[in-house]
Design a binder for this molecule. Structure first.
Ligand code: C2E
Ligand code: CA
Ligand code: CA
Length: 903
């Protein structure tokens, strides 16, 4: 309604005085006409008294934009006054009444000047109408007189209304037209009042005493009118309060809110002034205040119109202050937010308690696909954006209302234009001075992060090296497959594929080549399977194949055979030809079998396949599962045993065949397990080799042997120093750093290299000739002796003896037991001894149990031996005792040794 053209105080003053002048001129003209000087003075007194009381007594007032218009029934009195009171007196009465009203209402004086002028003018207009119709002041008006009087009074009312509204419009800038329309609605009441006035004039003219009755009627009508009017005013005020609140809420700037609040308060309450005062200020008389915020009050003073502030007005003030307090809090919070968030890359959106957007920073606007906040501010958040977490729609309104807090939750943002972005959102209740005023929604564009996470998730479920599904993914699929087949006769098959001797490749060619080999193997395995089957890498060299819906073992064994065939061709890696085979365990997942059980079953079958000579498949049976469990137990306790020093060395003497002189000892390991008793190497060495435990075990044996022998050498400086023979596993031999490790051990223990002999089995030597040659050369250079153990049992030819830097051959006991009885064994033994002697290699005969065997060995030229004939492997102390025993006793035990020795 306001168009902003408000009059300044000096303009208002000028207009007021203008109106006063106009009124005075009109009064002068009417008064000077002097139509009927002889009127009834009593009427003037009665009408005058009533008019003054009407102006002074509490009246209903209509406030329009801080201007007050009195609502009274002047119109009723005007008719008798115009007809029965002489113009000069009538104008005088009007002036008195106006001044009395001005005094009692404490209006601004300019307004009083204006009122006086306009009232005088209006009454002059009324008298002028009578003059035009030739009606003179009379104590007994006729019906026709009354009609003219009524017309005059109507014009008085209309003139007053037109003046007042013109002034209001001029002062406040409110549209005059709208006020005129509102004025037309009052023509009805005016006509009623004027008619009543006509009736009163005729009646009082005829019966002057009837004036008392007329007063009663007047009083009643006044009351009824006032009530209706009160209701109308209340409704109107409510509407205005509402629109004021709405416009306050639309303000973004705290300073604007304050300005608007004060002018709206003055307006709505008809207050002379409105201000914001500090919270502890005390209300003076005539002022009323309501809490705005914790430290501030909204105060109005100088109520327009008569009387004190009403309850309705108090409610209005409290409401306004309350709303303005909220708005101030949130606009101030918003202003702060703006300074913080303008440069932020996260989108920040503030929501009020109803879920409308009250603020959005540039980054938020960008996420919403716009650069301008006008289309965004004030709109409900659900119109601007939709957040979804999967299928669920995030209910932001509810989150605001319930003061939810969310941190970096994942969602997809969909703008009003339909664009989507991956975001992480946080929502925090927005508080200002401890009052909940809304919430702040922070949106972060996480498109890149989400892509990164997807990649991480993929990696978490796949083996990095081969790209095959990993253990986790496989277990997941396995679980699903098992769950799917519950209650159906559907079955799934599993293959557990364990590469044969992969460790050796890794150890001898290095991990780089090992890795490349695994990649190629993974490729071949994949090529041998249908898409429905999944192959996963379980760990280093183990793979699992899940064959879904495989209802018979035949299907599985054909898959296994196919895979074995695929591995047959050598792998070309960095110009190496590498052969690789696998041992495969095959099994159907039986009904009721869990995931772990099913896996254990095929694992056991694979182990059986390995035990059966590798490069084959085995179908799982319960026996294997049992055996593999036992093996697992053993492995666990061996691991512990290694840690807890449960290993012990036994020593078997190596002596000369002729005189049984002790030349050295072979260190042989025993495991004194608290659970399993004393175990011989055959019972745990294969397991240790399989699991890799052999490496730490052999290191311990080497260290312990060197230390012991060094100790004994120092203990008996005048005895011939013993040589100690230590068995090395194939795995140990394949370790690149073996020579370095051996030399370290010698240095650490102080044993001269010449006192150490490492025994390597023929089969271990054959594995990888090139790397082995290098290792053995290095050991040889150290001065360590190298022996071929179990000679004759492998497939090695005698040419090996020439090829490797070997100093000792240990003739396997299988030949010794046949000496003298089995001609083939005897001849082989003889050939080996002859060959070795020719090459300058020592031969040690193993497992010599009888003296006859010894004698044949002497005859053949084999100079060293070990065996039960001399001694079983002995624990430390027993060996020391044995060693200390003198040669004489030995000679006595072995009478045959006298041969060749003069008595
Ligand atoms: P090996 O190196 O051939 O050791 C000789 C084996 O023959 C020993 O068995 C020994 O007790 C046995 N023996 C010695 N004299 C006679 C005899 O007159 N008659 C019979 N029947 N047997 C005799 P042991 O101690 O049970 O060791 C078995 C195998 O375990 C060893 O064979 C060796 O290959 C392996 N071994 C022993 N200790 C170690 C070790 O510390 N590390 C590694 N890697 N292997 C070891
Ligand atoms: Ca040996
Ligand atoms: Ca041997």
């Amino acid at each position: 309604m306001t168009d902003g053209r408000q009059a300044t105080p000096s303009q208002l003053t000028a207009v007021s005085f203008g109106v006063l002048g106009l009124g005075s001129v009109a009064a002068f003209l009417i008064s000077s006409a002097q139509w009927n000087p002889g009127s009834n003075g009593w009427y003037a007194i009665v009408v005058g008294a009533l008019l003054v009381s009407f102006h002074v007594r509490p009246q209903r007032t209509l406030t329009i934009s801080s201007n007050v218009e009195s609502i009274n029934l002047d119109e009723v009195l005007i008719v008798p006054m115009l007809l029965m009171v002489e113009p000069r007196q009538g104008i005088a009465i009007t002036c008195v009444a106006s001044v009395a009203g001005a005094i009692s209402s404490r209006r601004a004086w300019v307004q009083n000047v204006f009122n006086l002028g306009q009232q005088v003018f209006a009454v002059s207009v009324g008298y002028a109408v009578l003059a035009v119709f030739g009606v003179r002041t009379t104590s007994r008006p006729t019906f026709a007189d009354a009609l003219v009087g009524m017309l005059g009074a109507l014009l008085v009312a209309a003139t007053t209304a037109l003046f007042v509204r013109a002034m209001v419009s001029f002062a406040s800038g409110v549209s005059y037209r709208a006020m005129l329309a509102e004025m037309l609605r009052r023509v009805g009441p005016w006509t009623g009042a004027v008619t009543l006035g006509g009736v009163a004039a005729i009646t009082v003219g005829a019966y002057p005493v009837a004036a008392i009755l007329m007063l009663g009627v007047l009083f009643f009508v006044h009351r009824a009118y006032a009530l209706t009017f009160k209701e109308l005013t209340a409704r109107r005020n409510a509407e205005r309060l509402q629109s004021t609140i709405a416009s306050l809420r639309n303000r973004r700037n705290p300073a604007d809110v304050r300005v608007d609040l004060l002018s709206a308060t003055r307006d709505l309450l008809g207050a002379g002034s409105a201000e914001v005062v500090s919270g502890d200020a005390v209300d003076a008389t005539g002022s009323m205040s309501a809490p705005l915020r914790s430290s501030e009050m909204l105060r109005v003073t100088a109520r327009r119109g008569l009387g004190a502030w009403t309850d309705e007005e108090r409610v209005t003030l409290v409401t306004l202050a309350g709303v303005a307090g909220d708005v101030l809090r949130s606009t101030e919070a918003m202003a702060q937010l703006k300074t913080i968030t303008d440069s932020q890359t996260e989108g920040v959106i503030a929501l009020d308690l109803t879920g409308d957007i009250t603020f959005a920073n540039p980054a938020a606007l960008q996420l919403l696909g716009t650069t301008d906040d006008t289309g965004v501010l004030g709109t409900p958040v659900q119109d601007a954006l939709v957040l979804r977490n999967g299928r669920r729609r995030v209910d932001l309104e509810k989150m605001v209302a319930r003061e939810y807090v969310a941190r970096d939750a994942d969602a997809t943002l969909r703008t009003a234009h339909g664009e989507t972005t991956d975001v992480a959102y946080s929502i925090t209740p927005l508080r200002a001075e401890d009052a909940h005023v809304g919430a702040v929604l922070v949106l972060r564009d996480v498109t890149e992060r989400r892509a990164f996470q997807d990649e991480l998730a993929r990696r978490a479920l796949h083996d990095e090296l081969t790209g095959l599904p990993n253990r986790r993914l496989l277990l997941d699929r396995l679980d699903q497959a098992i769950a799917r087949s519950v209650g159906t006769d559907q079955q799934h098959g599993l293959l557990f594929l364990d590469l044969d001797r992969f460790k050796v490749v890794n150890d001898s060619y290095g991990h780089l080549i090992g890795d490349k080999l695994l990649i190629q193997i993974a490729g071949r395995l994949k090529s041998g399977l249908t898409i429905a089957d999944s192959v996963a890498r379980l760990s280093g060299d183990e793979f699992i194949v899940l064959v879904e819906d495989a209802n018979d073992v035949g299907r599985l064994t054909s898959v296994a055979q196919n895979l074995l065939d695929l591995l047959e061709e050598p792998f070309d890696i960095d110009s190496h030809h590498i052969f690789m085979s696998a041992s495969i365990g095959v099994g159907l997942i039986r009904a009721g079998q869990g995931r772990d059980e099913a896996l254990a079953a095929v694992d056991a079958a694979a182990y059986a396949a390995k035990a059966a000579g590798r490069n084959c498949y085995f179908v799982s049976t319960d026996d294997e599962v049992e055996r593999s469990r036992a093996r697992l137990d053993l492995e666990v306790s061996l691991r512990q045993g290694l840690d807890q020093d449960e290993l012990e060395l036994y020593f078997q003497p190596i002596v000369t065949t002729e005189r049984a002189e002790i030349l050295g000892i072979e260190a042989l390991v025993r495991w004194k397990s608290p659970e399993h008793g004393t175990l011989a190497p055959q019972e745990f060495v294969p397991l240790a080799e399989e699991t890799g435990l052999i490496v730490p075990m052999d290191r311990w044996v080497l260290e312990e042997s060197c230390r012991t022998v060094r100790e004994w050498t120092l203990m008996h400086p005048n005895r011939r120093p013993l040589t100690v023979s230590v068995n090395l596993s194939a795995l140990q031999l394949a370790q690149h750093r073996l020579p370095e490790h051996v030399s370290d051990t010698l240095a650490r223990t102080g044993l001269p290299a010449s006192q150490l002999c490492v025994e390597i089995t023929e089969t271990a030597l054959m594995r990888d000739t090139e790397a082995t040659t290098e290792t053995l050369d290095l050991l040889h250079k150290l001065g360590v002796r190298v022996a071929i153990d179990d000679f004759g049992t492998g497939y090695s030819s005698l040419s090996y003896l020439k090829r490797f830097p070997i100093e000792v051959v240990k003739l396997d006991q299988s030949f010794i037991s046949g000496l003298g009885s089995d001609p083939v064994d005897t001849e082989i033994a003889r050939a080996v001894v002859r060959m070795s002697n020719a090459l300058g290699i020592d031969t040690v005969a193993e497992g010599v149990e009888t003296d006859m065997q010894r004698r044949i060995l002497v005859q053949m030229g084999c100079q060293q031996m070990q065996g039960f004939l001399i001694s079983r492997p002995l624990p430390r102390q027993q060996f020391l005792d044995f060693w200390t025993d003198d040669q004489d006793r030995m000679l006595g035990l072995l009478p045959g040794l006298h041969t060749g020795t003069p008595a």
